[in-house]
Structure formats: C-alpha cells, structure tokens
Design a protein around this ligand. Structure first.
Ligand code: ATP
Ligand code: MG
Length: 447
C-alpha cells in the first residue's frame, strides 16, 4: 500500500511515509518536503483543502519528524519533481526533538566526527545512503559472481587462537579461562579448506586489525571478500579471477547503480582492461626514474604508491597489479620460487641466505592504494615449516593448520579484497570511514 516518492503518478490516491526534510509556512499554505528512501516529494497543505486539525499539525510539526500522508498526487511544475501531494490526512508517527544534532539538509555542513556520532541522521542524506546502497549491490553481485563459478560460500571462525599474519596486531579476547584473539583474516581456515575437497571457497569476512594507524585508509574492523582456489598453476590464475571480479563489479555498478552514482556526482566509473601488470622490480625501476628510491626488499611507501599511480594514470590505468614481491615482505604462507629441497634445514638455510627470493604474490592497487593482496600459497609441508621458522613464528601454534598439509594438500592460492578500500577508491571518498556504517578506529568505539 505504501509507495515511495519515485513511484507516484498524477491523480492517484496514495499513502506515503517519511521524514520532514523542509517546512515552509506561507500564511494559509504549508509546504512540507517529505523525504523517504527513494527521494523527495512536496506535500502541499492548504487551509482550504484540509480540516483544521491537519492544518495545525502541518504548521506546528518539527523538521525530521516522521509522518504518514494519505492524499492525491497532482502535477505541479513548481514542485521539486513536478508533482505534489494534496493530503487528506497527515498522521504523525513520531515527533523529532529540536534542535537537531546536525543538519541533514546539508545547509549547515558538519565535520566527519559529528556526522559519525549521529550516523543515523547522516544517513538521511541521499549522498551518504547512496554509498551503502552501492555497497549492498556490490556484495549481492559478488555472491552471484562466485556462485556462478562454482564457489562454495563459507564462514570461518572470528575467534581464533593464533594470528595468521604474524602474531602482532591482534585484539585479545577473554575466552573463558584462556586468551583468544579476534581474527585478522580467514587465511589459515580457507587454506585448511583446500585440503577438504571443497576446492573453491569464498567468504565475506570481517577482519579485526589492532593496528595503531591513524590514516584515512585504515580501519580496525573491516569487511573483505576472501577466496581460495585449489589446483591452480600459479598466482596468475588467482590474478585472472580477481581481475574479472573487480572489472565486473565496476561494470555492474555503472549499469545498476546509475541513480546512486548520479547522486554522488559520478557519471561513469572508468576502468581499462586488461589491468596493467608490473613486477615489484619493475615498480622500483619506475619509481627510481621518477626520483624516488625504495630500498630493495622494502614495501612501497604511501608516497611511492601515489607516484606509481601518477605514472599509471598517464597510461590510462586506474587498476594495476604489482607482482612477484621478494620473500622478506610477504607473509610466511606465500609460495616461494625455486625451492627444490624437501629438507627443512636446507630450506631454512636457503631462505636465510636469500631473503629477496621471489614469491608468487601480488597486490592490486586502485588509484594509488592497495585494495587487495593475494598469492599462490606454499602447499608443501616442509617448506611451510621452514618458512614459519624463518619468519620467527612458533610452529607449535600452527599445529592444526599444518596438519592439513600432511595428508594431501593440493596447490592453491587466493586473495583478500577489502570492501571499504574498494568503495573508497571506486567512489573517490576522501576517508575510508565514509565507506562503513559504524567505523571502528583507534578513537572510535561508538556508536
Ligand atoms: P595495508 O598494507 O594497506 O595496511 P595489508 O597489506 O596489511 O594492508 P592485507 O593483509 O593484505 O592488508 O589485507 C587484504 C586487504 O584487506 C587489503 O588489501 C585491504 O584492502 C584490506 N585491509 C587490510 N587491512 C586493512 C585496514 N586496516 N583497513 C582497511 N582495509 C584493510
Ligand atoms: Mg596486503
């Protein structure tokens, strides 16, 4: 029965509900701009058309109160979208207090902290809710994308006993009489599942990272699209899948979120395919030519990422892979090139002597920021043990993970793609906090 503001046709009697976005009183006329999920519509309350009680309500009601209106739709060229509703009845569902903690009409701009403190109200702005409508569409599309390709959706534990990325940056939690942690990523579990025969899995996962960053592109709680595939030849297979995923997400947003993009002032999201691919070595060369020296075996700095994007942009690329990183800057589970030995001691020695040995790894950068990391993984038990040791991790803590590598683990690989990072770069948001409803950062635990 209830209609949205974008579904109204002249001469219909309709019921509509929403918030009072604006109110203007001109003597015997009250104009209410009602806002609902889909837009705005003018409610024209004339003293001659309605009973005294309804007119009084319209005149007195505070902005942002919630009302239901039953009335007739009429053409009105002077109204915001060419129509108005002449009400028979206005029912106040709930009054809003005054003054408001922030102005949802944006006439008085609020800073990000104020907006996040009153997020429900911030979300009343179409520009803000559009971000989350796009996010929802992307996730729906992603599920479909993976299902169509034979992936199984999984859920792995959020409470864990060991970190996956090295032991630091974990949030401890009290787990009965033991200490446990919030998971940094589903990494170890999705790998274990490769030994299960499920073969291709994906998870829309939450990562908890106790990093003390205070940047506009880090959060302490994020959502990521994680996947893992067995029987790959190399990381190139994984990159192909990631590229197809990101390319089709962008295509899908362009095709199915036109309205939201328009509200955000975006015509069309640009994407050039195939994505550019360069090795870590090549990236360092390019940066050197641009006057930036990165010491071999160090990660690209923020400055380097920015400079690299300037270079890529010249060639028309917003999205590009950086591949084949040296072992020293990749996680312990990353596939290492050229290891023939099956003796743990020999492998340890080799890795200690060759910290810069190449790995089958990649990052996908989007407009100068990493949005995804992935790799082929080590699937040989002995190499994995050696790598844990070289990275200074306790083999004992990884007992259950390691067991999966002893009784038939196929070659495999995968990636993690941060949704907030993706959205941020996709929609040119200045702060990653804009891409999550209730962000968690060093200083923010509420709302
Ligand atoms: P960075 O170096 O940019 O902090 P990372 O290399 O530590 O990220 P990964 O462990 O590779 O992150 O996680 C995979 C993806 O998850 C990243 O590419 C990114 O999109 C997202 N991600 C990871 N940590 C964060 C974070 N703290 N805030 C926002 N997104 C994150
Ligand atoms: Mg990474």
């Amino acid at each position: 029965m209830r209609k949205y503001s974008n579904e109204l046709k002249p001469e219909e009697i309709v019921e509509i509900a929403g918030w009072i976005h604006e109110k203007r009183v001109h003597g015997k006329l009250v104009f209410l701009i009602l806002r609902d999920r889909e837009g705005f519509v003018q409610i024209t309350v004339s003293k001659k058309d309605v009973d005294e009680e309804t007119f009084k309500i319209a005149k007195k009601i505070n902005k942002e109160s919630v009302i239901k209106v039953i009335g007739k739709v009429r053409n009105e060229p002077r109204a915001p979208n060419g129509i108005e509703i002449v009400p028979n009845k206005i029912i106040v569902l709930n009054k809003a207090q005054a003054p408001l903690p922030m102005d949802p009409t944006e006439k008085v701009p609020a800073n990000l902290d104020t907006r996040l403190d009153h997020r429900f109200m911030d979300l009343r702005r179409p520009k803000i809710s559009s971000i989350f409508k796009i996010r929802s569409k992307i996730l729906n599309f992603v599920r479909d994308f993976f299902h169509k390709r034979g992936f199984v959706e999984v859920h792995t534990p959020r409470i864990i006993s060991t970190g996956s990325e090295g032991g630091t940056e974990l949030f401890p939690v009290q787990y009965f009489e033991r200490e446990a942690f919030l998971c940094q990523s589903p990494q170890l579990y999705k790998q274990i599942l490769m030994a299960s025969g499920l073969d291709k899995v994906f998870e829309i996962a939450t990562y908890f990272r106790a990093e003390e960053h205070d940047t506009v592109w880090h959060l302490n709680e994020i959502t990521a699209i994680d996947c893992e595939i067995a029987f790959i030849e190399s990381h190139v297979d994984v990159m192909k899948l990631l590229e197809e995923l990101v390319y089709s997400i962008i295509k899908n947003v362009n095709e199915n979120a036109e309205k939201e993009l328009k509200i955000l002032g975006i015509d069309e999201i640009h994407v050039k395919s195939p994505f550019k691919k360069i090795s870590y070595d090549k990236a360092l060369e390019i940066l050197k030519d641009l006057g930036l020296n990165i010491k071999y075996g160090e990660d690209l700095t923020t400055e380097a990422e920015r400079k690299l994007y300037e270079y890529m942009k010249e060639e028309g690329y917003d999205l590009y892979f950086i591949t084949d990183y040296p072992y020293i800057i990749r996680p312990f589970y990353t596939y290492i090139e050229g290891i023939e030995s099956e003796k743990i001691d020999e492998i340890v020695e080799f890795l200690k002597e060759n910290p810069f040995v190449k790995t089958r790894s990649f990052d996908l950068d989007y407009k100068g920021r990493e949005i995804s990391s992935g790799s082929q993984r080590i699937h040989k038990y002995e190499i994995l043990i050696a790598s844990l040791k070289v990275k200074g991790l306790r083999v004992e803590s990884f007992k259950h993970y390691l067991e999966a590598f002893k009784y038939g683990m196929p070659p495999h690989g995968g990636f993690g793609l941060g949704i907030e990072r993706l959205l941020m770069q996709l929609l040119n948001l200045k702060n990653i906090r804009e891409a999550v409803l209730f962000p968690r950062d060093r200083n923010r635990l509420t709302p």
